[in-house]
Design a binder for this molecule. Structure first.
Ligand SMILES: [Fe+2]
Length: 429
């Protein structure tokens, strides 16, 4: 058993035995490969927009992370697979030097998919060979690499979805499984939240990112949160009531954005009135009015909340509500689109806090009091993005199992909506 102090500032590696680390490392690496099984060479190389990356790039970049920060930096005598490739597969680490501009990732017709898969295999072999010593000395960095790869598994899915949605043939990434039919959303009810002094942030023996730390006290005013996320059916009512055209519901930046981009429905929707289809990983499907709305921007979420006479939860309110819920309870990586699970009935129970849609909060993504970035390149992981973005909580149907916590902080710019983003209403009391 090993338990290590945090050197990366990204939390601790926990107390997993070496063999469990090896199993977890190999399982996570294998899942990434499974996600590209149905893609052809062209699917894997194309980039649909600057925010999205080609699947092949995700495969290589996650490998570059292990090769750079574990093998190159920590294993004496390791030789890079190809000295030209760090320029291609460094994402945003200034400390790692120059790199390919992000919008050019789709121009990488070479290396081929087979070469990138060979790169993964060789790095995995090198990693497994030295894993016991890495676990012993750099367990926190190793865990960071695994968590990083899980984050990219979700991005890989949302980026493929965006790419396929732009294809007039509407390709199917995966066939909709049995038993994935629409569920029935329970009527929404209000659940009173904790008030007064509460803890926020992570402090414990397991992994957490640096941006979740340190744990600190915060003060919550009286409030209530909705028992479940907003549904597609409720969003259609908002649209029928001219929610997109009613300027008084919108933030000024949001209205400018919606007008400039011609936004009048969630991303991937087509139709009118009460008849809508949306593009999913299983192709074009009818919009299920009972399932959570997804692929909406922060601006749209704010406008909806204003229309409903409510507001978005703060990050701290959401976290306090989620603290005693099971983060593994969601439908992660199982579904082509978010589906409302059978309601967990009871006046004090929330539905779908974890693993269905990322829920926009009204909180700016800023450091917790006492936050410190780690020395070196991995200090660039989260901290440098703390401007102009908003926090999302809970994870989505595309988030890998075992990756979420109540303190987990995702963040995106207010106009972005190609992730599985949704909302839950809140109100002050
Ligand atoms: Fe990354």
């Amino acid at each position: 058993m090993t338990s290590l102090p945090s050197r990366t500032g990204q939390g601790r590696s926990g107390t997993l035995p070496h063999s469990a680390f090896r199993e977890r490392y190999l399982a996570v690496r294998a899942l990434t490969l499974e996600l590209v099984e149905t893609l052809n060479e062209a699917d894997a190389a194309a980039q649909s927009m600057p925010d999205a990356s080609p699947a092949k790039w995700h495969l290589a970049h996650t490998t570059w992370f292990f090769e750079t920060f574990l093998l190159r930096d920590q294993v004496p005598g390791y030789r890079l697979y190809d000295e030209r490739w760090p320029f291609l597969f460094n994402s945003y680490y200034e400390a790692e030097g120059a790199r390919l501009p992000r919008p050019d990732r789709g121009l990488l017709t070479r290396p081929t998919l087979a070469e990138v898969i060979d790169y993964r295999r060789r790095v995995d072999e090198a990693m497994v060979a030295v894993l016991p010593q890495l676990v012993e000395r750099h367990g926190d960095l190793l865990e960071l690499g695994i968590q990083h790869e899980q984050q990219h598994q979700e991005l890989l899915l949302t980026d493929i979805k965006h790419l396929f949605a732009l294809n007039p043939l509407g390709p199917v990434y995966r066939v909709k499984g049995e038993g994935e039919g629409p569920a029935t959303a329970a009527p929404m009810h209000w659940i009173e939240g904790a008030q007064g002094r509460v803890d926020a942030g992570y402090d414990g023996p397991d992994f957490a990112f640096d941006n979740e730390q340190p744990m600190h006290s915060t003060w919550l005013a009286p409030h209530a949160l909705a028992s479940r996320p907003v549904t597609n059916g409720e969003w259609i009512e908002f649209m029928l009531d001219k929610g997109y055209e009613t300027a008084t519901l919108w933030l000024s930046d949001g209205l400018d954005w919606a007008r400039r981009e011609g936004v009048a429905s969630p991303l991937y929707w087509r139709g009118e009135g009460r008849e809508w289809e949306h593009f999913t990983l299983a192709g074009w499907l009818p919009v299920d009015p009972e399932s959570p709305v997804t692929h909406i921007s922060f601006y749209e979420a704010e406008a909806f909340a204003a229309w409903a006479g409510c507001r978005l939860p703060t990050e701290q309110e959401w976290e306090a509500a989620a603290r005693d819920h099971d983060p593994g309870a969601g439908v992660q990586l199982d579904h082509a689109a978010p589906v409302m699970p059978r309601a967990e009935h009871g006046a004090d129970r929330f539905t779908s806090l974890f693993g269905n849609v990322w829920e926009w909060t009204g909180s700016a993504y800023r450091p917790w009091p006492g936050f410190q970035t780690a020395p070196g390149a991995v200090g660039e992981y989260n901290g440098k993005f703390m401007s102009g973005q908003f926090v999302l909580k809970g994870g989505s149907c595309a988030t890998p199992r075992g990756h979420l916590r109540a303190s987990y902080r995702n963040f995106f710019h207010p106009h972005q909506r190609w992730q599985f983003t949704g909302l839950r209403l809140a109100r002050s009391m």
